[in-house]
Design a protein around this ligand. Structure first.
Ligand code: SAH
Length: 210
């Protein structure tokens, strides 16, 4: 299978359907080889616009969802970004393309973290992975210029909000059962402004012992 042209077709389709706004998002989606992030058994489906299983009962989001979150997040080159939920590492690689700098990512499942680290090394992505409960963020590397979650908490974790600088954005699927994608912008007074971006379905955020 010609993965390069399958990737180009996928991104062309997303652009034609109006599902990508920012040229930077489009470039990042064209640059990251999604087939390198999915299990060998689903490689042929890597450039279909749908979620795929990545092992340990988890899934990689559909490309249009990664595009939508990247557009909403709109990081600048050089931004220091925190991701919660490394999974297979695809979304982190897209973010690394957007910021052209180190991405900090927390994953609760050690086996997924190990596999993602191997991929980042092999493909040359500067993503640092920590195994732990993303609810706590990654305080040692704070403050961040932005953060996003790829697993759904009941409400946005306070520690993550505290670890971003004033003016920074946090994108998260929030809720149990019904989830909604939200964008929070941290204000200088410590409060947050919130906008809502529709219903979504992500894997729930879980605690390390569940
Ligand atoms: N961004 C990922 C999507 C992975 S799915 C990708 O591109 O593949 C969500 C991930 O969140 C799963 O890997 C799951 O193990 C992880 N997760 C769930 N609860 C978590 C928690 N409390 N802290 C960190 N990661 C968590």
């Amino acid at each position: 299978m010609d993965f390069d042209s399958a990737c180009a077709d996928l991104v062309d389709g997303l652009v034609d359907a109006g599902r990508i706004d920012r040229p930077a998002t489009e470039r990042a989606l064209r640059a990251v080889p999604r087939h390198e992030f999915v299990p060998t058994s689903c490689r042929e489906a890597a450039y279909q616009d749908r979620p795929l299983p990545i092992g340990e009962g988890q899934t990689i989001s559909a490309p249009h969802m990664v595009a939508m979150m990247s557009d909403l997040f709109a990081p600048d080159p050089g931004d220091r970004i925190l991701e919660i939920g490394t999974g297979c590492g695809y979304h982190a690689a897209v973010t690394a393309e957007l910021v052209d700098d180190t991405v900090y990512s927390v994953e609760v499942e050690p086996a997924l973290a190990d596999r993602a680290r191997d991929r980042f090394d092999r493909l040359g992505y500067d993503v640092r992975v920590r195994v732990g409960d993303g609810f706590d963020g990654w305080p040692a590397e704070a403050p961040y210029d932005g953060a996003y979650l790829t697993c759904a908490p009941e409400s946005t974790p306070g520690p993550v909000v505290e670890q971003v600088r004033p003016g920074a954005r946090i994108i998260a699927p929030v809720g149990r059962g019904r989830q909604e994608l939200v964008r929070l912008t941290r204000r200088a007074d410590g409060g947050v402004d919130r906008s809502r971006h529709g219903g979504v379905r992500f894997v729930p955020m879980r605690s390390p012992d569940s």
